[in-house]
Design a protein around this ligand. Structure first.
Ligand SMILES: Nc1ncnc2c1ncn2[C@@H]1O[C@H](COP(=O)(O)OP(=O)(O)OP(=O)(O)O)[C@@H](O)[C@H]1O
Ligand SMILES: [Mg+2]
Length: 389
């Protein structure tokens, strides 16, 4: 299995740089490495100082860059769905929708890139796969959508509706208009399965997310929320990268004020994210572009630690042999967490994020006895024995 590393964080904090640096280090240590971007801007290629192809291209020894051409992937893989959606829009009297417009649906491009990535992961070709994600993990949260829909897709909805439920909320709204044909349903199911598999890969035991931030109040506040939501959706976060840290020293008052402000925020970063390791990268005197500069960044960033070790500790969601469901919700406040039970599903809200969790068969028929949020863990206890006891 490939070790999968995802990098996310607020816009502009250094996600692409951290991803490119980590990938460079992986390749230099003899691991066959693929670095992928879910971002349509070509900044990953720019950071690596290389040109990207739409197939994995070797940009330095052992390091392959894949810039997914989402338009092409959409045409090739999901043409049936596109044609169907286009037909629906026409029926509704809307102007004909082009493939370009469909990919404008929120997150669609990132999801397509992730679907392509799944094929790479399956190929068994890579020791390490590094993913430069969209800001603030939006896409990763989007991947929870198929999980939420899975139960309905499999058991509730008549076949014709499955696709519509899966493909996008936009198409769902017009579900009554046209019944999709067989091949379209097939494509819809394939998409649904594909998204589920991507999610399994990214939440699996060989994958982890690294949260990139800069020591600034606004960035930190967002990183804290991202940590909670990633955990809610089942992603492991295994490190925080504090980028653009001003080196102390120098008599310039402007710099001293920045150093002091950052020191305060860094202390807060340590408090917020403990026990996660915090890797710091100094504010360099030039943009770290190209393999040599990136390798240097990676060495500073990881120091003596092994960035490619398997993620340690428990996954965010687990069920104990006693039938207690434990979900890590680091940094979540009691007042913003609540819980509801609906049939076989447990609905967990944390702030503005919601996860619809399909309960495993062992718990699905038991009622909830109680739940507590303590030390960053939500513990849900279920009635022992069946409902008839
Ligand atoms: N430690 C650093 N010192 C100096 N420059 C840096 C450092 N880290 C990143 N940069 C530069 O800052 C800019 C933004 O970094 P980067 O592209 O990695 O951020 P990003 O989080 O990927 O941004 P986006 O949200 O737009 O994708 C780039 O020009 C990069 O070279
Ligand atoms: Mg970027």
């Amino acid at each position: 299995m490939s070790r999968v590393l995802l990098f996310t964080g607020k816009g502009g904090v250094g996600k692409t740089t951290a991803a490119a640096a980590t990938a460079t280090l992986a390749a230099r240590s003899g691991r066959k490495t693929l670095v992928v971007s879910t971002d349509t801007a070509h900044s990953l290629a720019d950071a690596l100082g290389a040109a990207a192809g739409d197939e994995p291209t070797e940009v330095s020894p052992g390091l392959y860059l894949h810039q997914v051409d989402t338009q092409k992937a959409l045409e090739l893989q999901w043409g049936d769905l596109r044609d169907y959606a286009r037909g629906l829009f026409t029926e509704l009297g809307l102007d004909e929708v082009t493939a370009e417009e469909i990919t404008v649906l929120p997150g669609a491009e990132e999801l397509i890139a992730l679907l392509e990535l799944r094929d790479q992961a399956r190929s068994g070709r890579w020791d390490v796969i590094v993913i430069d994600c969209a800001p603030t993990a939006e896409t990763l949260r989007l991947l929870a959508l198929p999980e939420a829909l899975d139960w309905h897709v499999n058991r509730l909805l008549p076949v014709g509706r499955r696709l519509l439920r899966t493909f996008s909320p936009l198409v769902r709204r017009v579900a009554q208009v046209s019944v999709p044909e067989e091949h379209v349903i097939g494509a819809g199911e394939r998409l649904h399965r594909g998204l589920m598999e991507v999610r399994e890969l990214l939440t699996g035991p060989d994958a982890s997310v690294r949260l990139v931030l800069t020591p600034e109040a606004v960035v930190l506040a967002e990183a804290r929320r991202t940590l909670t939501s990633l955990s809610l959706y089942g992603y492991r976060v295994d490190a925080v990268i504090a980028n653009r840290v001003f080196p102390a020293g120098g008599a310039d008052p402007w710099r001293q004020r920045w150093v002091a402000a950052q020191a305060t925020h860094l202390a807060e970063v340590e408090r917020s994210f403990a026990p996660l390791p915090i890797h710091t990268v100094p504010y360099l005197d030039a943009e770290p572009v190209g393999p040599a500069a990136l390798a240097q960044v990676a060495e500073t960033m990881y120091g003596e630690t092994d960035p490619f070790a398997p993620p340690a500790g428990d996954p965010p969601l687990r069920i104990t042999p006693e039938g207690e469901l434990i979900l890590a919700l680091p940094l979540a406040e009691k007042s913003e967490v609540d819980l509801a039970r609906k049939g076989d599903e447990l609905i967990v809200n944390a702030g503005s994020y919601r996860r619809v969790l399909a309960l495993p068969a062992a718990l699905a028929r038991r009622s909830v006895r109680g739940a507590v949020l303590r030390d960053g863990f939500l513990r849900v206890r279920f009635q022992t024995g069946g409902p008839d006891d």
